[in-house]
Ligand binder design. Structure first.
Ligand code: SF4
Length: 325
């Protein structure tokens, strides 16, 4: 991961899952692609050309924020996106679990000696409870049962991470919860994200960084799109893309890697343009949301009023307040 080591050297004996991660992270010098220094400007120009007609409707003082979640939902069912957008955000056990676990994983990377997962989780809970954001307030007021649930679930995630990943060395330049941001159309549109884990950094125009999203559950094509969006933002920021993207499925101890190419970045830019346009038009009400039913209808907050979803699940007759594709 560093200049001197295409494959990091580990003194601890690794289990096969850890060795697989190590093999994934390492790359021989001739396997590191070099990108054109003009790629950043080319991608930005393509994105701005695609959104140019919206420029008079957008205000840099109140920009359109485009996140991986917003892109994923608006490219899924627009009707669901609108329904969820209108629900006020509230912290909950599953949401707190992710943040607490990520903080604990961050601590594990910088911890002296062999870290104990539960100790890391407790330190993470203590740090986050001191925060002035909504999570600090939620942790201060949640019930003992909720706090115990967060602790148990985060512990499981951290323990699994430590089992699956090799000890991460500081020389790999690890960054957890790294914020990404790129401004488009003079700050009228902001692409933003936060990577779970990034290792390495670009060397001039040579790509070396690996961006990893930690996942529970099973593979979804949407996970590829999420990471491609991050690769796009990284390229708009730095000009040199990451070398590799990987969704890592902690339950299965398996990675889904994808090499970054110019074609991948161009596809991600086109998807971001289409998504940003849809997000803006749905926000200002210049288009009606399209209902796109699927297996997620059964968990949709709009299901009780969405006849497209009810018909899809075989629960109603075929008449809907939404347009369908
Ligand atoms: S029930 Fe299904 S089709 Fe209807 S809004 Fe929800 S996800 Fe979309």
């Amino acid at each position: 991961m560093t200049d001197a080591e295409p494959t990091p050297i580990i003194t601890t004996e690794l289990n096969p899952a850890q060795q697989e991660v190590l093999d994934l992270l390492g790359a021989a010098p001739d396997a590191r692609p070099t990108f054109s220094p003009s790629l950043r400007d080319t991608l930005l120009a393509d994105i701005e050309d695609g959104l140019r007609d919206l420029e008079p409707e957008l205000d840099p003082a109140d920009p359109l924020f485009v996140s991986k979640h917003a892109l994923s939902t608006v490219h899924g069912c627009e009707a669901r996106h609108v329904a969820e957008r209108d629900i006020p955000f509230e912290w909950s056990v599953p949401l707190a679990r992710g943040t607490v676990a990520h903080k604990a994983i961050e601590l594990s990377i910088h911890w002296r000696g062999r870290p104990d997962p539960l100790q890391l989780v407790d330190e993470s809970l203590a740090r986050l409870a001191e925060g002035t954001d909504g999570l600090g307030d939620w942790l201060a007021t949640c019930s003992d049962v909720e706090r115990a649930e967060v602790r148990a679930l985060a512990n499981e995630r951290v323990a699994t991470f430590l089992e699956c990943f090799p000890p991460i060395k500081a020389s790999w330049i690890p960054v957890t919860e790294g914020r990404l941001r790129a401004e488009v159309l003079g700050g009228r549109v902001v692409f933003s994200g936060r990577t779970d884990l990034a290792l390495g950094r670009a060397d001039g125009s040579t790509a070396r960084k690996v961006v990893i999203d930690l996942k529970t559950g099973s593979f979804s094509a949407a996970h590829l799109d999420d990471l491609r969006f991050y690769a796009l933002i990284e390229t708009l920021r730095l000009g040199t893309p990451p070398r590799l993207l990987a969704s890592y499925y902690l339950d299965a101890g398996r990675a889904q890697p994808e090499a970054v190419t110019e074609g991948l970045l161009r596809a991600a830019a086109a998807r971001a343009v289409d998504g940003a346009r849809a997000l803006h038009e749905l926000s200002v009400g210049t288009r009606a949301p399209v209902a796109r039913p699927g297996y997620t209808c059964r968990w949709c907050p709009a299901l009780s009023t969405c006849q497209v979803g009810q018909v899809h699940l075989g629960r109603a007759d075929d008449s809907s307040p939404f347009d369908a594709d």
